[in-house]
Write a protein that binds this ligand. Structure first.
Ligand code: MN
Length: 321
């Protein structure tokens, strides 16, 4: 990341409205933006003094994906918002990109599960194929993370080692193609930033997600210094069974974990389907995904000049069923 870029972004640090996973909830997003003081002018929502920052996952699942995507993109293109890529935008890019050296295949295979993830988006864009292709090209212009100096933004996990090893916050065409192999370093790096740390469940453990998929892994916290057991790491709505939560963290797992240092600037993520009243999850970590698309809340955090997380700065709207 160049120093110039950081300085330019740092000018906005105390005037950010960071917004969690939208997932096609356009009407809810309009209510939130209006509550935050954004107004539509010349077809674009803007705030006279502030910058909206979207944490990614605008697409999939919700009722008005096309409208939400057009709204957010118009803001980004007009300079009234920024956005980082979520795992669902990455999924869309890989699912919809033909594999250049394996004819008839895509960078992400069209398995029933992969197809189900993107089905609502493709259905809602079925009558607008050129527009969808254009959005895919636009996704490639978005960064994986943003550093505003006093605050940082990434979809799922700020992994300092992964970010330091990158020459850019953007996904190159070569990297995208490399993602066809999930074991490649590109795929692993991008997965780490957009999906976080996933810990495999023991073979005998049978857990199911709210959507009915069998869980093979659980999502882990990325800021715990010395976790003793798996329960110390669990960061997702469905609780681990007791006998799994009590398993100790072995050296192999310990080596894979990320520890976001408590001395680092506050970092904002989406991704984790939280519920309840929004609040920081650590002194310098805030998750803004409160399951809007499952009739939870669409949540924003309004930064101030302090560089410290404050409960009072969370703002949200409820989603009507
Ligand atoms: Mn999401």
């Amino acid at each position: 990341m160049s120093q110039t870029k950081l300085t330019e972004d740092a000018l906005w640090a105390e005037r950010l409205d960071i917004i969690g996973d939208v997932h096609g909830c356009e009407q809810t997003l309009i209510r939130l933006l209006t509550q935050l003081g954004y107004q539509k002018s010349a077809g674009v929502f803007r705030h006279p003094e502030r910058l909206a920052v979207f944490l990614g996952d605008i697409v999939d699942r919700g009722p008005r994906i096309r409208e939400a995507l057009n709204l957010v993109r118009a803001m980004v293109e007009a300079g009234s918002a920024r956005m980082v890529l979520g795992n669902h935008e990455i999924h869309a890019l890989c699912y919809c990109s033909a594999h250049p050296s394996a004819p008839g295949n895509y960078l992400r295979p069209h398995t029933p599960r992969n197809t189900r993830t993107i089905a609502d988006t493709l259905t809602q864009f079925a009558a607008h194929p050129d527009e969808w292709q254009d959005h895919l090209r636009w996704f490639k212009t978005l960064p994986l993370y943003l550093d505003f100096g006093k605050y940082r933004v990434v979809h799922a996990c700020w992994d300092e080692a992964v970010i330091a090893a990158r020459s850019s916050a953007y996904v190159s065409e070569a990297e995208l193609v490399a993602m066809a192999d999930p074991a490649s370093s590109s795929a692993r790096a991008i997965k780490r930033l957009t999906s976080g740390v996933e810990v495999a469940l023991p073979e005998h453990c049978r857990m199911f997600s709210a959507e009915g998929y069998r869980r093979r892994s659980f999502r882990a916290k990325f800021w715990v210094k010395a976790p003793a057991c798996l329960g110390d790491l669990e960061f997702q709505p469905d609780a681990l069974p007791d006998e799994v939560a009590q398993l100790s963290v072995d050296d192999e797992l310990r080596a894979r974990l990320v520890v976001y240092d408590s001395a680092q600037p506050p970092v904002f993520v989406g991704h984790y389907w939280l519920s309840g009243k929004p609040a920081p999850v650590a002194s310098n970590v805030a998750c803004l995904d409160y399951s809007a698309v499952k009739f939870g809340r669409l949540v924003a955090y309004r930064t101030d000049g302090t560089g410290v997380l404050n409960r009072q700065n969370f703002v949200w709207v409820y989603v009507d069923p």
